[in-house]
Design a protein around this ligand. Structure first.
Ligand SMILES: Cc1ncc(COP(=O)(O)O)c(C=O)c1O
Length: 384
């Protein structure tokens, strides 16, 4: 059976609509390591908006600078671009860590700075130097774990906020978890400045408090069709798309009830889901690089945890285009990442690492609805 872009729900999850909904704390137990505050949103782009809104309770919006890695999705910034804040795209190094020397030179310590660190692709990074930098200059630290399925001992050790996006990994309609560690309250000597008490956040009217029943229904129908074996493809998906084509993942603010019900049913299966993702990642690398010298395995093997995607390098840009469109033509669920922010093109030299990675990396899905057999079968058909 052909591979899908996202994992498919089991039929039994649909029966969860008859379950009584559990408390939020119970539903997100696998993500809540400590007695931290948390909020549930539709997606992490909205979590990010919420963080800035909360920090703006302690300072003026125009005084806020948010530091985003240049290797980041423009679509995920759609909500925060509505705010009156400065967005700085800091360069990353080849190993996906922040170029802290550049950040230190360009920092304006008199501003309220917020630093976003990404745990890319589910790999684990050492945040000590980032944390020292943030503590030295009293900078809020966000650990963006949108690519991480479940917490690991390393995540959340230093951050003031942790963002998870389970909707990216699991067969649920929507869903992001924002954890507020309240560590920042000590750092900034502002007692409970960020305690989540005010439930309502003012977002632009284009984001709704209500979840669209029509879109949820659409999602269910699509998944049922896929479960029956039919496949939906996106033949127009381009390798280097126009950034305007991509939007925020969801236009509503809160996690939907159906995702909460599904999540509760999925929870006991998370260990197996993690194991399958790891196995699939290994399968892709074993099968893809075999006899195909143009495709290089560049995954960070030393910090390998539960992967978000498997990725490979094709350093020749012409060949990359050829491979991408050839695989697309075969209805192969291939993807490129990310839709880079357009600002980067104004200084290609500064952002050369991010642009280079964007142009030379190809991504393969590893979700748990894919089997090793699927991977072996499909890769045997690739004749580059
Ligand atoms: C690193 C990273 N952070 C955050 C986001 C935003 O996630 P969401 O789709 O939950 O808004 C994305 C989206 O692709 C991402 O790649």
């Amino acid at each position: 059976m052909a591979i899908t872009y996202s994992s498919l729900p089991k039929l039994k999850y649909f029966f969860s609509i008859f379950d009584t909904i559990k408390e939020n704390k119970e539903i997100i137990k696998p993500w809540l390591k400590n007695q931290y505050d948390f909020e549930l949103f539709s997606c992490s782009a909205i979590s990010l908006y919420f963080i800035i809104k909360k920090i703006s309770n302690t300072t003026e919006e125009e005084n806020i600078s948010i530091w985003i890695p240049d290797f980041f999705c423009n679509s995920s910034l759609e909500a925060i671009r509505d705010l009156n804040i400065e967005i700085i795209f800091y360069p990353i190094n080849n190993n996906l860590t922040p170029n802290l020397e550049w950040c230190e030179i360009n920092l304006k310590p008199e501003k309220t700075n917020i630093f976003l660190f990404v745990h890319y692709f589910g790999y684990i990074f050492n945040l000590q130097s980032v944390s020292e930098f943030c503590s030295k200059y009293k900078i809020w630290l966000i650990e963006d774990a949108a690519h991480v399925l479940l917490p690991t001992p390393e995540i959340g050790v230093y951050g003031d906020f942790i963002m998870y996006s389970p909707h990216k990994h699991l067969p649920i309609y929507d869903g992001a978890i924002l954890i507020v560690t309240n560590r920042g309250n000590d750092k900034f000597k502002k007692s409970s400045a960020l305690t989540i008490t005010n439930k309502r956040i003012q977002l632009k009217s284009k984001y709704s408090e209500k979840v669209s029943k029509f879109l949820v229904f659409n999602w269910i129908i699509k998944r049922v069709i896929q479960l029956l074996g039919f496949r939906i493809y996106f033949p127009n998906y381009e390798f280097w798309p126009d950034h305007k084509k991509y939007n925020i993942s969801f236009n509503h603010i809160r996690m939907s009830k159906i995702s909460k019900l599904f999540l509760h049913r999925i929870a006991p299966e998370l260990t197996n889901i993690s194991k399958t993702r790891i196995k699939n990642c290994i399968s892709w690398s074993e099968h893809l690089i075999k006899n195909k010298t143009e495709i290089k395995n560049v995954m960070l093997v030393d910090s390998f945890r539960v992967p978000y995607l498997a990725f490979f390098e094709i350093s020749n840009i012409e060949l990359m285009n050829k491979v991408f469109y050839k695989l697309k033509k075969m209805n192969f669920p291939i993807t490129s990442w990310p839709d880079l922010p357009p600002e980067l093109m104004k200084d290609e030299n500064l952002h050369s690492v991010a642009i280079g990675l964007r142009k030379t990396r190809l991504y393969f899905h590893v979700h748990h609805s894919i089997s090793g057999k699927d991977i072996s079968k499909i890769t045997s058909k690739i004749n580059l």
